[in-house]
Design a protein around this ligand. Structure first.
Ligand SMILES: C[S@@+](CC[C@H](N)C(=O)[O-])C[C@H]1O[C@@H](n2cnc3c(N)ncnc32)[C@H](O)[C@@H]1O
Ligand code: SF4
Ligand code: SF4
Length: 361
């Protein structure tokens, strides 16, 4: 049985168990200005209330504390780590590289999501030599102009491309097959009809996997990149060809899950969520939640240990309400891939006869 299933079952049967994965946001700061970025949008909203997000640096978790979280997580049995944001994790490069080292020293699985613009050749050397597992490059177009337009800063595509080339070259030189390179590609009106180019580009730079992400509309964007209804319809017509092309190039994609067939795009299938049984997110200011979409001022890693938070009241309450299908307001923005994972887990658990007692959480 998959470990995520057995973790949920353990909880339901009254055996408390640690998280499977932890996500850390080292910072909310960033060197880019992406049109659609939720962090930038909330920083703009804070500014409207007179709160300057530049002071956020002072609220960031100190490096020593972050390193102790890796140790605490490892003691709780955590297997997978994701370093992301918030902002760009490599803005705190020294700290992020130390966290990566600590994760690998303890033989756990490491994944980092980055815009890919801040990696020097020396950094890439270190990352390959520590046998880091996975890098999710955010690449929104194979066309330089379109990518830079979305990311808000000229020269972004060239820098990410250079990093990708360096990974390919240095991995070969060192004879190390890690990290696996994958793309996170947001679907927007500058790329929805040119996804074939991204597949070809991915193949050139030895990217093995592409996750196409439907845009989450946090707010009105300064540059509107959302697909209109006509473009959404048109996009549906491309899915089959993109599926074929990705098979031809041997690149895994989630493109078929974006088909309108079934009711996935309206997320009506989103009824339950198992994140508080499996996952823990530590945001840049120390807030701890079960999912990147959820805000919580109730738990902060600066005040408590990771074990106290995981087995504490806030997570227990969420476990109870989520099992009852009572999700939170922000869940309406649930990332599609997350919602699909939850749906699959729910189906698998339905086949198992569980004696659910709410007292267990
Ligand atoms: C917030 S970023 C943090 C990591 C890093 N700065 C980066 O861009 O890769 C995490 C991921 O969220 C994606 N993202 C940003 N805004 C989004 C939106 N409105 N809808 C969906 N995904 C979004 C980014 O493209 C990136 O892959
Ligand atoms: S690079 Fe990442 S964190 Fe920075 S603005 Fe873009 S999406 Fe946001
Ligand atoms: S946004 Fe989705 S994954 Fe996150 S807590 Fe809500 S339902 Fe779960």
């Amino acid at each position: 049985m998959e470990e995520k299933n057995s973790k949920v079952i353990n909880w339901i049967n009254g055996n408390k168990t640690g998280p499977l994965s932890i996500e850390i946001w080292p910072t909310n700061r960033c060197n880019l200005k992406c049109a659609m970025c939720g962090t930038r949008i909330s920083q703009r909203n804070l500014l409207k209330q007179g709160i300057n997000a530049q002071f956020e640096e002072k609220k960031e978790i100190q490096e020593e504390r972050l390193l102790s979280i890796i140790e605490g997580g490892s003691r709780l049995g955590v297997k997978n780590w994701l370093l992301t944001g918030g902002g760009e994790p490599l803005i705190r490069k020294e700290t992020t590289l130390r966290l990566m080292n600590e994760i690998k020293k303890r033989n756990m699985f490491g994944n980092i999501n980055t815009n890919g613009t801040l990696l020097s050749q020396d950094d890439i050397n270190k990352i390959i030599k520590m046998k880091w597992d996975l890098i999710m490059f955010s690449l929104d177009s194979a066309d330089e102009k379109a990518h830079d337009f979305i990311r808000g800063i000229d020269g972004t595509f060239k820098k990410s491309f250079k990093s990708l080339q360096n990974f390919k070259k240095i991995k070969k030189e060192l004879g190390i097959n890690k990290p696996k390179i994958v793309f996170n590609t947001i679907l927007h009106n500058k790329n929805y009809d040119r996804l074939d180019k991204i597949i070809e580009f991915a193949s050139d730079v030895e990217c093995e996997d592409i996750t196409f992400i439907p845009l989450i509309e946090f707010d009105k964007f300064e540059k509107n990149i959302t697909l209109n209804d006509e473009q959404k319809e048109e996009f549906q017509g491309y899915i089959g060809d993109i599926e074929k092309l990705s098979k031809q190039y041997n690149i895994n994609t989630n493109i078929s899950s974006l088909s309108n067939k079934g009711d996935r795009n309206n997320k009506s299938f989103l009824k339950f969520c198992f994140e508080p049984f499996l996952h823990l997110v530590i945001k840049a200011n120390g807030e701890v939640t079960p999912c990147c979409m959820i805000d919580s001022i109730q738990e902060n890693i600066k005040d408590k240990s990771i074990t106290e938070i995981w087995y504490g009241e806030y997570f227990s309450e969420l476990r109870k309400r989520f099992l009852e299908g009572n999700l939170l307001e922000n869940c309406k923005n649930c990332v599609l891939s997350q919602a699909i994972r939850n749906e699959e887990l729910q189906k698998e658990l339905k086949n198992i006869n569980l004696n659910i007692s709410q007292d267990h959480f």
